[in-house]
Design a protein around this ligand. Structure first.
Ligand SMILES: [Zn+2]
Length: 787
């Protein structure tokens, strides 16, 4: 018969560091945050499949444009005539066509003005007052809409849209050509705003034109919306069809023009010297070649030319066309070699007001953008990439309008420098999203701005160490996400209904994608899936579900919880270290345990009464009979006795060898309770710091919350005793409250400035608003003066 080997459960001794936990209310549907998005996402079909790619019957329409445009520099007007050839690749019969007349949002009776809420305040600017009663004669003046044979077509203008009723419906696979003639007054951008228009320079009495949304453009017809003819109110941008463009631009003969596409008649347009410089730029890869110098531009802007010149551009497979024209332009260019061997001509056009800043950085920033965006997506497919200084920030295929003016003395602040490089990376980057990965901007701002702001962040961080990126870092979105939820909308909200477009559609998705990459998926899986999305949808029209599905399908990571929390709710991340309990195995060895208890007792604080009674007690003790005194005071309950040792031996005999081993290790067991206060479930990133200066990290996927979305406990086993436990030590989850991320709790240090009266003392903080060039001049002057 075997001896009775009843298992004795190992006992653990709970040590210090216990706080009273507060139990939260459990919602009945506690697993809700990990539900699959079957209700939110459209059912996969033949046009868009369940993997997030184009389906086997995916189609898209095509619109080809031939245009003659004339810029009137005296009246600030655009006159245009275009022939659109529309190809119906859809399986549907089209009885009518929808055209976008974006200029109509400048009409003084437009919904842009009438539906804009307004209030009065004690201080009003002239521009604000003008906004109440707009008087600008804006909007397209349509002269005719005719078919290819010159016969008038019936059309109906509906605010910023125009419907053309076709005499014969276009069958699937059919083509239809028609002509439109129109003109409009160019808006003064600095007075009335808008993405495109002109700027007047009173000093030299010249205009700089940055012209876009200037021609009647086809709406998109697709499997999601039918015709995307949602009115243009100002926030929701553009939804456009791919096609080929052949555009002749007639402008004053002393203007320099840059535009979407390749210049077709360089020889007729440029001087011999400019021609030579232009050719040289095609083989120059490091320093931009100046085609029109600042001196030449200054000379050029002194007086107006008398005649006109026509610049002809062609662009294939683009969704839009824009151009800039001015006699003020300085122009430089250089080539960028891509990994597939093709060359792209990077060019910048800017007035003297932006130089030398632009000469130093613009074209180089274009090259940098192409390099890094291509790295994460695909090689840039167009022949040119142009950055124009137009006191703006707006994107078009191959060309974008940016900003960055210098001081009168030619110096510029750090903020201006980084702002300029940042906006150029951003707007050039838009070539990828949405110009090539052609999402529906009228519906979703985040699909281009969010993805683009994320890539902008990656490119900026590659420009120089610790580049001061405005958006992208997880913690940069904290101030927005911790706001009252009543002030916020989910990212998945139509562009026109978003109250803080910059935070909602740029900053939050950029931070979310960065968190996906660094914390949830890891760089390798994220980059693979992101590249897959970009390549699946380049030169196509993706929807949000295509992005969500591809990121999951290509990486093998279920992200429904992430899309649900970050894109469909206004919850934030606030995970708290609610309670930490520290356990060690109770060895039952009286030699070990009684010593530990003694140590603990010695650490305990003493009562004030017993401290103050010390002397009297000693006296009482002395007065006692020695025989009683010695016995009474020598008793030590923590002394290890023969009886203790016997008990311990009995305990040991009852244990298996494996159980005895654990008793001997003396490991630390930390049971940590985490509380989800913000609503978003997120991975847990923990760092344990030990007394010897070493540390250990734990990265636990968000699925730890799958059985209880609000509260979860987990045990961590360490060899060494932790002196500090930190949750999210690298600020990677956008946790809105770091006060509850430390154990033992750590108060966040802040500093105050001591000052006497009004003497504030010198500022020690470095701000990006500093103008280092002016500062250097001052230091130099001081140094010279003191010699
Ligand atoms: Zn943008």
């Amino acid at each position: 018969m075997k001896p009775n080997t009843t298992k004795i459960a190992l006992l653990f001794l709970a040590l210090a560091w216990c706080v009273v936990p507060i139990f939260g209310q459990q919602t009945p549907d506690k697993k809700d945050k990990f539900k699959q998005l079957y209700q939110e996402l459209p059912t996969p079909n033949v046009y868009r499949n369940g993997a997030g790619g184009p389906g086997h019957r995916y189609y898209q329409q095509q619109a080809d444009y031939v245009m003659n445009i004339r810029l009137d520099d005296d009246k600030q007007r655009i006159y245009g005539e275009e022939t659109i050839t529309y190809t119906n690749n859809s399986p549907d019969v089209l009885e009518y066509l929808w055209i976008q007349l974006d200029q109509n949002h400048f009409d003084d009776e437009s919904d842009t003005y009438s539906t804009r809420p307004s209030t009065m305040s004690e201080r009003m600017t002239l521009r604000q007052l003008d906004g109440f009663t707009p008087t600008f004669d804006g909007g397209d003046k349509i002269e005719f809409v005719k078919d290819a044979a010159g016969k008038d077509l019936k059309y109906t203008v509906v605010k910023t849209m125009m419907r053309i009723d076709l005499p014969t419906a276009i069958a699937p696979g059919g083509k239809y050509s028609f002509k439109i003639k129109w003109w409009f007054n160019i808006v003064d951008r600095l007075k009335l705003g808008g993405r495109s228009g002109c700027e007047y320079f009173p000093d030299d009495k010249n205009y700089l034109y940055s012209i876009a949304q200037f021609f009647p453009r086809m709406c998109v017809y697709d499997d999601i919306e039918g015709w995307q003819n949602k009115q243009f109110l100002g926030a929701g941008e553009f939804t456009l069809v791919f096609g080929n463009y052949d555009v002749s631009l007639t402008v004053p003969d002393d203007h320099i023009v840059v535009a979407t596409g390749t210049l077709q008649n360089t020889k007729d347009i440029l001087s011999k010297e400019q021609m030579a410089r232009f050719e040289k730029a095609k083989t120059e890869y490091t320093t931009p070649v100046v085609i029109v110098t600042e001196d030449e531009a200054r000379e050029n802007e002194k007086e107006k030319g008398k005649g006109e010149k026509t610049w002809r551009f062609k662009a294939d497979n683009v969704r839009d066309f824009a151009f800039a024209s001015s006699r003020k332009f300085i122009w430089d260019a250089m080539s960028v070699k891509q990994s597939n061997g093709t060359n792209v001509l990077a060019m910048s056009a800017y007035p003297k007001e932006a130089n030398p800043l632009w000469g130093q950085f613009s074209t180089k920033a274009i090259a940098h953008t192409l390099k890094w965006y291509s790295h994460y997506t695909f090689d840039y497919p167009y022949p040119v990439a142009i950055s124009v200084e137009a006191a703006n920030g707006m994107e078009y295929p191959m060309i974008c309008f940016n900003n960055g003016r210098v001081e009168k003395d030619g110096t510029y602040s750090e903020r201006t420098k980084y702002g300029t490089i940042g906006v150029i990376i951003h707007e050039v980057g838009h070539n990828y999203f949405p110009m090539i990965v052609n999402s529906d901007e009228r519906q979703w701002t985040w699909m281009d701005e969010g993805l683009n702001s994320f890539l902008q962040f990656l490119a900026e961080q590659q420009w120089e160490r610790d580049y001061p990126s405005r958006r992208g870092f997880a913690n940069s979105i904290v101030p927005y996400m911790k706001m009252d939820k009543k002030m916020l909308e989910p990212i998945m909200t139509n562009s026109e209904q978003v109250s803080q477009l910059g935070n909602n559609a740029y900053g939050k998705p950029a931070a979310a994608l960065n968190i996906l990459r660094e914390t949830v998926m890891g760089r390798e899986l994220f980059d693979h899936a992101f590249k897959m999305y970009a390549n699946r949808w380049k030169f196509k029209h993706p929807a949000p579900s295509d992005f969500f599905r591809t990121m999951e399908d290509a990486s093998g990571i279920d992200l429904d919880w992430f899309w649900n929390g970050w894109f469909y709710t206004c919850d934030n991340v606030d995970i708290a270290l609610e309670d930490v309990k520290w356990f060690r195995p109770d060895s039952k060895n009286p030699d070990v345990e009684k010593t530990l208890v003694r140590k603990e007792q010695e650490k305990q604080p003493r009562n004030i009464t017993s401290i103050r009674n010390e002397k009297e007690i000693a006296k009482t003790q002395e007065e006692l009979d020695p025989s009683i005194r010695d016995f009474y005071y020598s008793y030590d309950p923590l002394q290890v006795t023969i009886l203790d040792k016997e008990d311990y031996q009995k305990y040991l005999n009852g244990l298996s060898d494996e159980e005895k081993k654990i008793l001997g290790t003396n490991k630390n067991f930390y049971e940590i309770k985490f509380k989800n206060k913000g609503g978003l479930v997120m991975p847990l990133i923990l760092r344990f710091d030990f007394a010897d200066g070493t540390s250990k990290e734990y990265r636990i996927p968000a699925e730890i919350w799958r059985l209880n979305n609000e509260e979860v406990s987990k045990v961590f086993v360490t060899e060494k005793e932790a002196t500090q436990i930190t949750l999210d030590p690298y600020l990677e989850t956008a946790d809105v409250d770091m006060e509850n991320n430390f154990f033992p709790p750590k108060s966040q240090q802040s500093r105050f400035e001591l000052f006497k009266g009004s003497n504030l003392g010198p500022r020690q903080t470095v701000e990006t608003g500093d103008n280092p060039m002016q500062k250097a001049k001052k230091i130099q002057a001081k140094a010279n003066g003191s010699n």
